[in-house]
Design a binder for this molecule. Structure first.
Ligand code: BG6
Length: 471
């Protein structure tokens, strides 16, 4: 028996800079991520060459049976100067992409902003470090709503505000020496929240039938033991990592404990008159959740100094260095969970826990906008990829979604695993692959970029055909 609603969106996801390539073609300019991929990995100039092969790729989506496709629009393709003149070639590309999807009965789910800030705006005023970004972001959104709103029903404002806040180098935000890094992060987060809410409001005005929400990066936090000190550390970590953002998006307010934290640490953002009213008004229609793993923390003694998280970007097991948030918590590993080569702890039940923590509190429709396993895939001599590890990962996560729907009453309306096709991992190039479709290239050799269907492709095809009866 399937518990997935008949209208469930069976999707898959990508982001512009990770798949498109053509990064300086047809009027496009560079974004901050085009410049920030580590030199040992493939750059975004060709990526998976989706820009030139999107028709072939949509044929594969059709064959896979997708009913939805989450992709992002490159701001720099639409507005090469970050604002002002529209680049018609950029609009034409996304028009063709959207039309081709619709022709194949695939619902487009559009991410407006996926880390790829135009470099020009970064250089001019430091991007999201400045309130000047708000009118520019809103103007960009207006262009998208006016150009594509007649065909796009689902919009995602900002991808992983939480991760950009926790790992600010993801958007290379401009650090200044005048304020503490902490204060700058909270300022940036506030500006992003105002930008997000303004986009939601504009969407509601211009496209009353469309639905809009953020794509939030979430990981539930567990205490290392039942020692109340560890439990408290985990609750604080959950607030800092997840509830802080959820309260802003869903209730338009700063969580009281976060207000106290920001006061105590002298990092209260500048809140202008009207900001909080706007954030409240710009309430989203649904939440997109990017879920990969859970986190475990323990209490930290008064003597321990803070330490930033160092992520594993090489796939060398054990090279992650967990963070210490002074006086609050420190990260540790979970002995009940296995990890992938990048030390991400695989935790399907954690997805059910997350869905419950969020839905029972906010009762807002949820869609999984990312979930998947990054791994080193091998193409066999007869061009097959036996990625049973990926099938196992996705199957177990889908089982938990099913349980959340049936046993916990959670409203989940879609699943967009990461990723439809192999692409440049944000942190680890083509070495770390996620796709259902293999792209024949490596970080150093571009090759023919031929597409091959992995075993997971055929598995997911069966899942979709049976509407989740056959996992
Ligand atoms: C999410 C991002 O954080 O995780 C994606 O939205 C990213 O852009 C994905 O690719 C997986 O992370 P990584 O570092 O393995 O590519």
């Amino acid at each position: 028996m399937s518990s997935f609603p008949e209208t469930f969106l069976w999707g898959a996801a990508t982001a512009a800079y990770q798949v498109e390539g053509a990064y300086l073609e047809a009027g496009k300019t560079l974004s901050v991520v085009d410049e920030s991929i580590a030199p040992e990995y493939a750059d975004t100039s060709i990526a998976s060459d989706h820009y030139h092969r999107f028709k072939e790729d949509i044929c594969l989506m059709k064959e896979l049976g997708l009913t939805a496709y989450r992709f992002s629009i490159a701001w720099t393709r639409i507005l090469p100067n970050g604002r002002g003149a529209i680049n018609q070639a950029g609009v034409d590309f996304y028009n063709q992409l959207i039309d081709e999807l619709i022709k194949n009965n695939i619902e487009p789910i559009v991410t407006i902003y996926h880390f790829d800030l135009p470099v020009v705006l970064q250089e001019e005023y430091g991007g999201f470090s400045s309130r000047k970004i708000i009118p520019d972001f809103v103007a960009y959104c207006r262009v998208l709503f006016e150009q594509f709103g007649d065909r796009v029903n689902y919009w995602l404002t900002i991808n992983e505000q939480s991760n950009m806040f926790l790992l600010p180098y993801l958007i290379s935000f401009t650090e200044s020496s005048e304020q503490s890094l902490l204060k700058q992060k909270y300022e940036m987060n506030h500006i992003m929240t105002v930008a997000h809410a303004s986009a939601v409001k504009l969407c509601h005005e211009l496209l009353p039938d469309a639905k809009i929400g953020p794509a939030l990066g979430v990981s539930p936090v567990y205490p290392k033991t039942c020692n109340p000190k560890d439990v408290l550390a985990a609750e604080k970590a959950e607030e800092l990592r997840n509830t802080f953002f959820l309260e802003l998006y869903c209730n338009g307010q700063y969580l009281p404990s976060m207000q106290a934290y920001m006061k105590e640490h002298d990092c209260l953002p500048t809140i202008e008159v009207g900001d909080m009213a706007l954030i409240k008004e710009g309430k989203c229609d649904f939440l997109g959740l990017n879920y990969y793993d859970s986190k475990t923390v323990e209490h930290v003694t008064a003597l321990e100094r803070g330490k930033e998280l160092v992520i594993n970007t090489s796939g060398e097991v054990g090279s992650t260095e967990k963070e210490v948030v002074e006086g609050i918590y420190k990260g540790c590993s979970n002995p009940y969970l296995e990890s992938n080569d990048w030390d991400w702890e695989i935790d399907p039940e954690g997805l059910r826990i997350t869905l419950n923590r969020i839905y029972q509190r906010y009762q807002i429709p949820l869609i999984i906008t990312e979930n998947g396993l990054g791994g080193i895939d091998t193409l066999t001599e007869n061009n097959q990829v036996h990625d049973d590890y990926r099938i196992e990962y996705l199957k177990k996560h889908l089982e938990q979604i099913q349980l959340a729907i049936v046993q916990d009453g959670v409203a989940v309306f879609g699943f967009c695993p990461w990723s439809f096709i192999d692409l440049i991992s944000t942190t680890s190039g083509f070495r770390k692959r996620y796709g259902f479709v293999y792209v024949d290239r490596t970080d150093t050799e571009v090759r023919e970029l031929t597409r091959y269907k992995k075993d997971s492709f055929y598995w997911y095809q069966g899942v979709i055909r049976s509407n989740g009866k056959r996992l």
